[in-house]
Design a protein around this ligand. Structure first.
Ligand code: NDP
Length: 399
């Protein structure tokens, strides 16, 4: 039914490609390209072994629009699934426009020299995609992605208005290493060390990085954990699209060990994004640090435990105050057993595949640039249950 081109061959990509192969009634031809073709070949080999499905591979520099255009014109996919890095979002969007193909990603564009997460650069493509009758679906991972869909579900089925939203992301897994990030280290550390920001009565309030914390009692035996307030990109679109929203915050759990390492790295300048000169070479400290850290894709066999990501939504239903918690629990060991991946790559890759499935099957096909909560949550939520990310709804006491 659909030929797709997936760009990027890291931890998330591996899950996307395997999941597309599982859904090979929808994704009838899968192409995978990245900077390093050997990484694409390794994923293709694993898919062949597990499902007998052929994945076609190529190399591409996704910073280069003409290289992308040449590849897209050769492959002629219906859409491109971008699971390279956020730095490549705009070049891939430009190439999609030039070649008349649809676009999907899992993280918003970030200029490499700015460490700033904003949708403004991608929202600026709205008219271009509309005029060409093409769709760009932004942030189809877990957070952003499934969290936006949980909010759309809350708005459609649970509450008439959502007044207070807390998105809470817990990785209660343990890899046993001194320090590792569970997705691309550079992107992860830039995100975590940015200033905190939340929405309160019509405006953004800033906090020092990781300066606010709360304890949340997670379900399914995970128990209470410290969660730190961070800015996260889905807040930007959600505060525009949720009717009646008064406060929106994002929280993530971190162990004391993780935070202590970050403090030391920051203290000695290893988190810098400005290049420094070393023996005649220009080195960006955070990129050097990233090279030293474990490849997130290698954490699969090591990580034990669960992730729990969900949305606590407090608001009004039929004039009564209600609070609901919509969440998913994912077990690292199960992800590894199924696909050889850890749960963070898994929870990002599955929704990327489902977003693409929504587009190519026409359930979500709509010209323009869209965030996930702007689509009907029901068909997406149905596929989450089928493809390994079942969700639960709990009613919580009002605060
Ligand atoms: P990885 O670093 O594991 O993989 C990134 C891949 O992109 C690598 O294969 C890399 O190639 C490739 N790449 C980088 N630059 C280029 C380029 N110029 N041209 C072609 N390929 C390139 O990252 P992850 O898999 O962990 O993350 C992928 C994406 O998913 C990121 O954008 C991340 O922000 C996002 N994400 C989203 C989440 C969500 O919930 N929404 C959660 C986690 C991640 P090579 O290896 O050859 O350098």
């Amino acid at each position: 039914m659909a030929r797709v081109l997936i760009i990027g061959a890291g931890g998330v990509s591996s899950v996307v490609v395997h999941k597309c192969a599982q859904a090979n009634d929808v994704f009838t031809e899968i192409h995978l390209a990245s900077r390093t073709k050997a990484k694409c070949d390794a994923i293709a080999e694993s898919v062949k072994k597990r499902y007998g499905v052929t994945v076609h591979t190529a190399s591409v520099d996704a910073d280069n629009v003409s290289e992308l255009v040449a590849l897209i014109n050769k492959v002629k996919p219906v859409m491109v699934i971008n699971v390279a890095l956020p730095y490549q979002d705009l070049t891939i969007m430009d190439a999609c426009l030039e070649c008349n193909v649809h676009y999907l990603d899992t993280a918003n564009y970030e200029p490499i020299d700015l460490a700033k997460f904003e949708y403004k650069w991608q929202w600026a493509y709205q008219d271009k995609f509309k005029e060409k009758g093409l769709m760009a679906l932004l942030g189809s991972g877990f957070d952003p992605g499934v969290t936006n869909v949980f909010c759309a579900y809350g708005q459609k089925h649970l509450l008439d208005e959502i007044h207070v939203l807390d998105i809470i992301d817990a990785n209660a897994g343990d890899h046993g290493l001194p320090f590792a990030t569970n997705f691309n280290p550079e992107i992860n550390i830039r995100e975590v060390t940015a200033r905190g920001r939340y929405w309160e009565r019509g405006e953004w309030v800033e906090t020092d990085p990781l300066s606010w914390k709360m304890s949340f009692d997670f379900p399914d035996g995970i128990g209470p954990k410290n969660c730190y307030l961070m800015y996260h990109e889905e807040l930007e679109s959600l505060v525009q699209n949720l009717k009646g929203i008064r406060r929106a915050r994002f929280w993530m759990t971190f162990s004391d060990n993780y935070l202590n390492h970050l403090k030391v790295f920051g203290g000695v300048g290893l988190l810098g994004i400005e290049p420094i000169e070393y023996k005649g070479q220009s080195i960006v400290p955070i990129q050097f640090l990233s090279k030293l850290l474990p490849d997130p894709a290698s954490l699969g066999p090591l990580t034990k435990g669960k992730t729990c990501i969900g949305c606590v939504m407090q608001g009004i239903k039929n004039g009564q105050e209600k609070t609901y918690y919509v969440y998913n629990i994912c077990q690292h060991e199960d992800c590894y057993e199924e696909l050889g991946s850890q749960a963070i790559s898994y929870t990002t890759g599955v929704p990327a595949m489902i977003g693409a499935m929504m587009m190519v099957t026409g359930k979500w096909m709509k010209a323009g640039v869209w965030n996930m909560e702007q689509m009907d949550p029901d068909p997406f939520m149905e596929q989450l249950n089928k493809f390994g990310l079942p969700w639960q709804v709990a009613e919580l006491p009002n605060k």
